[in-house]
Design a protein around this ligand. Sequence first.
Ligand SMILES: Nc1ncnc2c1ncn2[C@@H]1O[C@H](COP(=O)(O)OP(=O)(O)OP(=O)(O)O)[C@@H](O)[C@H]1O
Ligand SMILES: [Mg+2]
Length: 265
Amino acid sequence: MALVVFNQKGGVGKSTITCNLAAISASQGLRTLVIDLDPQGNSSSYLLGESATEDQANVGGFFDFCLSFSFKPLTATDFVIPTPFDKLHLMAANAELNELQTKLESRQKIYKLREALQQLSEDYDRIYIDTPPALNFYTRSALIGATGCLIPFDCDEFSRKALYTLLDNVQEIKSDHNPELEVKGIVVNQFQPRANLPQRIVDELIAEGLPVLQPYLPSSVRIRESHEQSRPMVYLDPKHRLTQALVELHDTLFAKPKKKASKSR
Ligand SMILES: Nc1ncnc2c1ncn2[C@@H]1O[C@H](COP(=O)(O)OP(=O)(O)OP(=O)(O)O)[C@@H](O)[C@H]1O
Ligand SMILES: [Mg+2]
């Protein structure tokens, strides 16, 4: 299962949610991979901290390989590195992604990530993909390759309006390229239960039939410490209310559908 975390709007919590859900999967013993497609590299520095090195394998290397024709078969795992956390691996971002984009577009490499994900899904139980705040080559590649899409939402009125276009974009990619893609839902982030406006905005989304996931993620300054220390919440503070909400969200996402009780005759 490859889950892409996507919202064209910046700063809604994509990287935070990607890394924290991935850390929870890993802490539950699942072989987990994060693919960071954002040249800003926020997820990469969140997960690697000081263990990041200049010469580490990265996702730019993977796309570069896709551009250089080779008889050597592509092995996506060559571009994966471990993180300091057990069972949590990373395809790190690098600034080269910016330069590569035009070439990748003109040479029509949009299905390469999908091929890589098919290979990687043999080695990993969960794959999370962090995307840049734009609907560009990398985001499209991820939506074409993933099986699920999560949309972080920051309870802002402008974001609410942008959600409809965003969902249309996802549906278009699904119908043109990836029938398997499923919108897993909207993740309400930085929710402030005591303020009226966020509650109203979220209630409106639900009334309009949008797939809003439970629980909502509270706003907490602890997340800054988590970023600073490069330790996702489940390792930094497992009992914190934000960690608990993330764990519940994780479990909601991966809950097995309940079997219907068989009717007795
Ligand atoms: N639940 C939360 N509580 C408090 N602050 C949060 C929460 N989630 C995210 N933030 C803060 O919001 C900011 C943006 O988060 P993040 O980088 O995860 O968003 P993003 O969508 O990945 O941004 P970009 O579009 O730039 O990649 C960060 O400073 C982060 O600390
Ligand atoms: Mg980000």
